[in-house]
Design a protein around this ligand. Sequence first.
Ligand SMILES: Cc1cc2nc3c(=O)[nH]c(=O)nc-3n(C[C@H](O)[C@H](O)[C@H](O)COP(=O)(O)O)c2cc1C
Length: 194
Amino acid sequence: MGQNAKASERLNAGGAVAPHPLSSVDAAAFRNALSRLAAAVNVITTDGPAGQCGVTASAVCSVSDTPPTVLVCLNRAHRMNGFVKANGTFCINMLAADQQDIAEMFAGFGRVGMAERFIRCGAISDMDRAPIVANAIAAIDCDITGIREVGTHSVIFGTARAIKIGKDQRKAPLVYHQRHYHTVQILKSNGESA
Ligand SMILES: Cc1cc2nc3c(=O)[nH]c(=O)nc-3n(C[C@H](O)[C@H](O)[C@H](O)COP(=O)(O)O)c2cc1C
């Protein structure tokens, strides 16, 4: 069987994506390269039959606008993974530049208990839906519509059920790049000549 056929077999296998037998890329070098990919920082929250949980995540991506679909990659070893799957819902809270302390707390720094994390970030709970982090730039509340297990992480697809946009449209986002927190600035307005 040719390499392309083997690759296609792997992609079409469904469920877990098999490790690539030919990849000789070192895991540390891979992580180092990916540290150069600037990414917005979010807190993913969930609530439901399994209870409340939250985690800081930058592996978040828009997938489709019809239906409105996003994905988030969650470590299979982290408790959040099981909570989200059991609840069937999650909310993406996009953090603002002045919310680094919240990002660090939901990434486990300071070892703050889960219930206390939600109190400290001023989370607003809407019935049994996932809590919304106060003053987040935007929040997208989703129902899980698909899960794909890939190595250490679950790629979790969600269709948006509700959206909340922060009041201050000029608020800059919190960004993670080369293992440090940053924010963004406009270099040149759209259409403006150099
Ligand atoms: C900036 C940043 C981005 C992160 N992105 C992700 C991610 O996309 N997916 C993930 O599973 N973990 C991600 N993590 C790691 C988790 O936040 C961390 O392992 C987890 O919260 C452990 O803390 P806890 O067990 O105290 O909750 C990220 C951490 C940081 C600091």
